[in-house]
Design a protein around this ligand. Structure first.
Ligand SMILES: *[C@@H]1O[C@H](CO)[C@@H](O)[C@H](O)[C@H]1NC(C)=O
Ligand SMILES: *[C@@H]1O[C@H](CO)[C@@H](O)[C@H](O)[C@H]1NC(C)=O
Ligand SMILES: *[C@@H]1O[C@H](CO)[C@@H](O)[C@H](O)[C@H]1NC(C)=O
Ligand SMILES: *[C@@H]1O[C@H](CO)[C@@H](O)[C@H](O)[C@H]1NC(C)=O
Ligand SMILES: *[C@@H]1O[C@H](CO)[C@@H](O)[C@H](O)[C@H]1NC(C)=O
Ligand SMILES: *[C@@H]1O[C@H](CO)[C@@H](O)[C@H](O)[C@H]1NC(C)=O
Length: 799
C-alpha cells in the first residue's frame, strides 16, 4: 500500500516536472502559469510565427500579449489589458483549474481574466493564425483572443458587430488611444476619432453620402475579414487588396496611433513591415489628429502646428493640441479681435452656418455669441459663414478657398501667420511650436520612453473617485446621524437605504452565487437574500478593471434615485477585485419575456400601464432627477415587471451623468443596443436625452405589435431601421386617410381585438413621433407622459 502511494507520488512529481518543461512550447495546461521576467516561459504557435507571453515597454512595465516571433522590435498584435501594465516581479498569467485564464500583478490583484469560469477548459494554445484560444478536452474553442482585438486584425480574424480596433495612445504608449474602427449602427464600417474633446467620423469621407463612398447600409451582418491573400471584404461592400496580394506573406491590419488604418506586409528578407494599403492617403484628413486649436499642414511633410497666440500642450503627444497663451476668460470681459489665417479650416462644431452674408455680418455673429471661438468665411459664391464653438480638426491646404478667423483678446499682438512657411514666430514670450505627424516609418518601438505619467494618473483618478465617495459618505452621516460610532461605520453606511457590503456578506446572501438570473453586457445577475430577509438581485461586474469606471458611475447615479418605475439600488460591494451591485429584486422577469414569448402575453390594460410607467420613469430620469441622467440603453430586456406588472427600468450601467445643456453634453462613446439606437449615435451630433425617447418609441411600438422589430416583415429586406421607417410611413398614410380599420392590422393579433382603439392610436402616434430621425422633432418624456395620461382612463376594450 505504502509502496503504491509513493509510486503515485513519484509519478505525479514526474508529471509536474514534465509540465514545467513543456511550458515554453505549445500549450498551457490547467494549473500552469507563465511568470513575467522568465525568458523561457512562452507559448508559441506550432509554426513558431507567433509568441504569447509577457513583453516589456520599460524597466518595470510589462504586458501579457501575442506578438510576431520573428520581427525585432516586437510587433504586438494583441494585449490582455492594454491599459494596465503589471510589475516585473511576481506577475503571472495562470490557467486556473476552474477554467479561467487570469493575469495577476505582484500583489495578486487581477488585472485581466477570461469569462470561462467553470467551463471545461483543458488547455490554452496559440494557433498559427496568432489566435490565443482556450479549448475543452474535445478541442472545441471556448474563448479566443480573436474576439477581443486591440489595435490589430490578423488575416482570418473577423471584425464583427461586437468588436472594434482602437489605436494606441502614442508610439511608446500602448494604452487605448483616440481612434477607432468599427461598424456604426448604420452598418457602415468607419473610422472615428473619439478624444475627450470630440467625436468625429473621418472615414469614409464624411462629406459624401454612403453610396458615393462606395458603401451600402442594407447588409446588417456587419462582418469584415482580411484573408490570407491580402484581400479585405466587408459586408458594407468595402473591398480592397493589399498591393502585394498573394499567399505566403504575413500581414496585419492595424489602426495606428496617428488614426490611419493600414495593411502591413512583412518582408521576409529584412523582417521589416511595408505599408501595402492605407485608408487615408492624406494624413491631415484624419480628424482630430492634431488636437484642439492645432492645424495640420503639409510643409511638405505633414505637421501639426499651433496658430500664433497658442502653444503646444505636450510636445510628445501630438494629439493633445495647443493651449492659448492668453487668459481665455479675457475673451468675455475684454475687447476682442480676430486673427485671420488664410486657406485654413476647422472642421465641424458649427454654432450656425449662414449664407449669403458679408464678412462683417459673419464676424458680428461670432462677436454676439460668447461660445464662439472663431469663424470660417469663404467668399465662394455669395459668402458662406460658419461660426465655431470649438477649434478642432484644423487643416490647411494652399488651395483651400476659405479663411479662419480666431477670436483673440485685443491686447494680444501676434505676428502675421504664414502657415505654409512655418517660420515659427515668438508670441508674447512663447514659441508657437510644431510637431511632425506620424509617418509609417516611425512606428518602431522605443522601450525607454514609457510614459508613466499616464498609468499613474489613471490610478490616481480612481483613487480620487474612491476618496470622494468616502467623503460623501461622511457628509451624509454627519448630516443625518451626527457623529459616527466608528470610522468603519462612516465608510460603510452612506445612507440607511444605501450601504456597502463586504464580499463575504454577498457571498453568503447569494449562497455562493448559486442562482443566476441573467446576463447583461456588463455582468451576471444572481438572486440573493439579505440577513434582514430582503430578496435582492446582485450584479457581478465582469471585466474588473474596465468596469471600475462604469461601476462608480452606476452607483453614484443609482444611489440617489428613488422612483416607483426605476429599480432601486440598495448597496454595493467593492472588495479587492470584486465589484458588485445590490438591487431590489423584481419578481416578474423582463418585458421581452411578456410580449415576445410564445405562451402567455400581457393584456392591453397591462401594456398601456407599462407604457405609461416607463414614460414616467424616464421622465423622472430626464427632468426631475438630482442630476440629469440619460439611460442610453432603453430596450425590453431592461424593463422589469413587478408582481403587479408595474414596469421598473433597470440597468443604469450605461447611463452617464450629464449636465443640462452646455458643452459637456456630448458623449464620446457609442453605447446601447442595435435596433433601439437613435440615428444620432451614427452621426456627429451630440447625444441627448432624445436617444432614450427613440428607444422608448421602438419599445412601445414593439409592445403594440407584439413583435420584435427584426421580425417586422417588409417586402424589400432593408434591415431594421428601414423596417421601422417603412412601418411609420405606411401607418401615417393610413392614419391620414381616416377611419380606424387600419388599426386592427397593426395591433398584436393575439389580443383578439380586445384593446382600446383610442389608447392604441395614442401609443402608435407617440411611438412614431419618438422615432423621428430628427431628434428635435421627438417629444420629451414629460410630454409623452402627459399625452398618455390623457387616455389612461378609457376602458372601451371589452366593446
Ligand atoms: C452580407 O454580407 C455578408 C458578408 O460579406 C455576405 O456573406 C452576405 O451574403 C451579405 N448579404 C446580403 C443580403 O447581401
Ligand atoms: C482584388 O482582387 C480581386 C482578384 O483576386 C479582384 O477581383 C478585385 O476586383 C480586386 N479588388 C480591388 C478593389 O481592386
Ligand atoms: C516567407 O517565409 C515563409 C516562411 O519562412 C515562407 O513560407 C514563405 O513562402 C516566404 N514568402 C515569400 C514571399 O518568400
Ligand atoms: C493649458 O491651459 C490650461 C488652462 O488654461 C492650463 O491648466 C494648462 O496648464 C495649460 N497647459 C500648458 C502645457 O500650458
Ligand atoms: C443663424 O444666424 C442667422 C442670422 O443671424 C439667424 O437668423 C439664425 O436664426 C441663426 N440660426 C441658428 C440656428 O442660430
Ligand atoms: C407574476 O407575478 C405573480 C405574483 O408574484 C405570479 O403569480 C405570476 O405567476 C407571475 N407571472 C409570471 C409570468 O412570471
Amino acid at each position: 500500500m505504502m509502496m503504491r502511494r509513493s509510486l503515485i507520488l513519484l509519478f505525479c512529481l514526474f508529471c509536474s516536472f514534465h509540465i514545467a518543461i513543456s511550458r515554453s512550447h505549445f500549450a498551457l495546461k490547467r494549473g500552469d502559469s507563465i511568470s513575467v521576467g522568465k525568458e523561457s516561459e512562452f507559448i508559441t504557435s506550432p509554426d513558431n510565427s507567433f509568441t504569447c507571453g509577457f513583453y516589456s515597454l520599460g524597466t518595470n512595465a510589462n504586458w501579457f500579449g501575442v506578438w510576431f516571433t520573428r520581427t525585432n522590435p516586437k510587433t504586438v498584435v494583441w494585449t490582455a489589458n492594454r491599459n494596465r501594465p503589471v510589475n516585473v516581479k511576481g506577475s503571472k498569467a495562470t490557467l486556473r483549474r476552474d477554467g479561467t485564464m487570469l493575469l495577476t500583478d505582484v500583489d495578486d490583484s487581477v488585472v485581466w481574466q477570461t469569462n470561462t469560469i467553470s467551463a471545461n477548459v483543458a488547455a490554452a494554445e496559440l494557433l498559427d493564425s496568432g489566435n490565443l484560444v482556450l479549448k475543452n478536452p474535445r478541442g472545441e474553442i471556448l474563448w479566443q483572443s480573436f474576439d477581443f482585438p486591440t489595435d490589430t486584425l490578423l488575416p482570418s480574424q473577423p471584425l464583427t458587430k461586437s468588436t472594434r480596433l482602437t489605436s494606441a495612445l502614442s508610439m511608446d504608449n500602448y494604452g487605448s488611444g483616440y481612434f477607432n474602427l468599427y461598424y456604426g449602427s448604420d452598418n457602415v464600417l468607419r473610422l472615428i476619432s473619439d478624444s475627450p474633446d470630440t467625436s468625429t467620423i473621418y472615414w469614409p469621407n464624411p462629406d459624401r453620402d454612403i453610396y458615393w463612398n462606395g458603401r451600402t447600409n442594407y447588409n446588417s451582418s456587419r462582418i469584415a475579414v482580411l484573408d490570407e491573400m491580402g484581400r479585405f471584404v466587408s459586408s458594407d461592400l468595402l473591398q480592397f487588396n493589399a498591393s502585394d496580394m498573394g499567399y505566403g506573406i504575413k500581414r496585419r491590419l492595424t489602426i495606428d496611433y496617428d488614426g490611419n488604418l493600414r495593411v502591413y506586409s512583412l518582408d521576409n528578407s529584412t523582417s521589416l513591415w511595408a505599408v501595402t494599403w492605407q485608408a487615408l492617403t492624406q494624413p491631415c484628413n484624419v480628424k482630430g489628429v492634431c488636437g484642439r486649436n492645432a492645424i495640420c499642414v503639409y510643409a511638405p511633410e505633414p505637421k501639426c502646428t499651433c496658430p500664433p497666440g497658442f502653444m503646444v500642450k505636450d510636445s510628445s503627444d501630438w494629439n493633445s493640441g495647443c493651449n492659448a497663451t492668453f487668459d481665455e476668460t479675457l475673451l468675455n470681459s475684454e475687447k476682442v479681435k480676430f486673427l485671420e489665417i488664410p486657406h485654413t479650416d476647422f472642421y465641424g462644431f458649427d454654432l450656425n452656418s449662414t449664407s449669403p452674408v458679408t464678412l462683417e455680418t459673419c464676424r458680428d455673429l461670432c462677436l454676439k455669441d460668447y461660445r464662439c471661438q472663431g469663424f470660417s468665411y469663404r467668399l465662394l459664391g455669395q459668402g458662406l459663414c460658419y461660426v465655431k464653438s470649438a477649434l478642432l480638426n484644423g487643416y490647411a491646404s494652399p488651395d483651400f478657398p476659405a479663411s479662419i478667423y480666431i477670436k483673440i483678446p485685443d491686447s494680444l499682438e501676434p505676428s502675421k501667420p504664414n502657415i505654409f512657411h512655418p517660420v515659427i514666430s515668438q508670441v508674447c514670450g512663447s514659441i508657437a511650436a510644431e510637431i511632425t505627424v506620424g509617418l509609417p516609418s516611425m512606428y518602431s518601438f522605443n522601450s525607454k520612453k514609457v510614459r508613466w505619467a499616464y498609468v499613474y494618473s489613471f490610478a490616481a483618478a480612481l483613487g480620487v473617485i474612491e476618496a470622494t465617495f468616502v467623503l460623501i459618505g461622511w457628509w451624509f452621516l454627519f448630516r443625518k446621524h451626527g457623529v459616527p460610532a466608528s470610522v468603519e461605520a462612516g465608510y460603510r453606511m452612506i445612507s440607511s437605504q444605501f450601504r456597502q457590503y463586504s464580499y463575504s456578506e454577498i457571498k453568503k446572501a447569494t449562497g455562493n452565487f448559486k442562482e443566476e438570473l441573467g446576463r447583461g453586457g456588463s455582468g451576471v445577475v444572481y438572486r440573493g437574500v439579505l440577513p434582514d430577509e430582503r430578496v435582492v438581485a446582485v450584479k457581478r461586474l465582469g471585466d474588473v478593471y474596465q468596469a471600475q469606471e462604469e461601476y462608480f458611475a452606476e452607483i453614484s447615479t443609482l444611489g440617489k434615485i428613488n422612483h416607483m418605475n426605476l429599480v432601486r439600488i440598495w448597496g454595493f460591494c467593492s472588495d479587492r477585485r470584486h465589484r458588485l451591485l445590490v438591487y431590489e429584486y423584481i419578481d416578474n422577469l423582463s418585458l421581452d419575456k411578456h410580449i415576445f414569448s410564445g405562451g402567455s402575453h400581457l393584456g392591453w390594460k397591462q401594456r398601456y400601464s407599462v407604457a405609461v410607467g416607463m414614460a414616467k420613469g424616464l421622465a423622472y430620469l430626464h427632468h426631475e432627477c438630482l442630476e440629469w441622467v440619460i439611460h442610453c440603453d432603453v430596450k425590453p430586456e431592461n424593463i422589469l415587471l413587478d408582481s403587479d406588472f408595474q414596469p421598473k427600468i433597470a440597468d443604469f450601467g450605461l447611463a452617464k451623468l450629464s449636465q443640462r445643456e452646455g458643452p459637456g453634453t456630448e458623449f464620446t462613446r457609442v453605447r446601447g443596443t442595435k435596433g433601439y439606437m437613435a440615428p444620432e449615435w451614427a452621426s456627429n451630433h451630440p447625444i441627448t436625452a432624445k436617444v432614450d425617447v427613440y428607444g422608448y418609441g421602438v419599445v412601445i411600438l414593439e409592445m403594440v405589435r407584439g413583435l420584435r422589430l427584426y421580425d417586422w416583415v417588409v417586402e424589400d429586406d432593408d434591415g431594421d431601421e428601414a423596417a421601422l421607417a417603412n412601418f411609420c410611413r405606411k401607418t401615417m398614410e393610413k392614419m391620414d386617410f381616416g377611419g380606424s380599420a387600419w388599426i386592427e392590422g397593426v395591433v398584436d393579433p393575439r389580443l383578439e381585438g380586445k384593446f382600446s382603439r383610442n389608447q392604441a392610436t395614442a401609443l402608435i402616434r407617440t411611438g412614431i413621433s419618438c422615432v423621428e430621425d430628427d431628434r428635435n422633432k421627438r417629444p420629451t418624456m414629460a410630454s409623452v407622459v402627459q399625452t398618455l395620461l390623457e387616455c389612461e382612463d378609457e376602458d372601451e376594450h371589452e366593446a
